[in-house]
Design a protein around this ligand. Sequence first.
Ligand SMILES: NC(=O)C1=CN([C@@H]2O[C@H](COP(=O)(O)OP(=O)(O)OC[C@H]3O[C@@H](n4cnc5c(N)ncnc54)[C@H](O)[C@@H]3O)[C@@H](O)[C@H]2O)C=CC1
Ligand SMILES: O=C(O)C(=O)Cc1ccc(O)cc1
Length: 293
Amino acid sequence: MPVFGTLVVVGPGLIGSSVLRRAKARGDLAQRLIAVDSSEQVCARVRELGIADEATTDITTAVAQADCVMLCVPVGAMGAVAATVVPAMKSGAVLTDVGSTKVSVIEAITPSLRADIAYVPAHPMAGTEFSGPDAGLANLFEDRWCLLTPLACTTAQSLHDIRSLWERCGARLREMTPSHHDRVCAIVSHLPHLLAFTICGTADHLAAETRSEVLDFAASGFRDFTRIAASDPIMWRDIFLANKTALLEMLGRFMEDAKAMGRAIEEDDTAYIVSRIEEGRAIRKSLQENRQA
Ligand SMILES: NC(=O)C1=CN([C@@H]2O[C@H](COP(=O)(O)OP(=O)(O)OC[C@H]3O[C@@H](n4cnc5c(N)ncnc54)[C@H](O)[C@@H]3O)[C@@H](O)[C@H]2O)C=CC1
Ligand SMILES: O=C(O)C(=O)Cc1ccc(O)cc1
């Protein structure tokens, strides 16, 4: 029995097209799948890939048919898209989003909400450095967390249905408050991306300054940073600005710890250096035991 009659995915890029692929492959997420994108090129590609029953730029006509609308656009676009989508939705339908930040997305969407529309904010903690409809994978969410931040306007039925949808995508679910979500994601996702973009920039500037070949010798540790640094600039600009408070708090904490490591190196404090490295190894081991690495 499908969770929804008609599921409309707005923004069938990496995340949206992964949900569509999973829905097509299983057949029990929704009876009918509609993809909506502001780009006709993206719609044409979705048609070629055959991952939705319909792909259109006509957002209001599409969402009027929806039992569930899933917003998969960059976080900075969520508010404007919701302002177009919500007035056109039918009574009793469910609105959900997959944005990487929750407090600011909820703030942006809330002014558009209606009493007869349930809203379930969600965030699948899975992805890659690639974007667009070609990048999606039916198994992207398998064994990955999907974080839900239910609100007063999240009915029990809508929460149940969105939980079922993500469970059928293979995700593990956890509920938390939006502000807790943003602090957690600031440290485990947003700060690592900030560090990756920064270290690649620093190395590139050094190479330019010294007119040397430093990057030719990039070892695997540096290469791991470059994978993350290849992520979409608009998406990450939006995330950094949308999660400014929590991200700056975590950046401050990180800089303190980095300075302490610098001092330990300066002072030949071997015990401190080894204890921090051991902490890192222990985290890696515990993640591998939980199949998340
Ligand atoms: N990339 C990742 O690894 C993850 C991303 N997210 C979140 O998922 C959302 C989507 O990210 P991706 O799938 O990576 O992006 P993407 O760039 O692959 O896809 C976004 C799609 O939205 C469309 N779009 C942009 N503005 C629009 C508008 N105003 N109306 C209609 N369509 C519009 C674009 O044309 C594009 O097809 C973002 O909010 C992101 O924070 C969540 C988890 C992981
Ligand atoms: O590619 C990676 O390593 C990621 O970390 C993907 C990712 C990007 C954004 C999210 O909100 C969640 C996951």
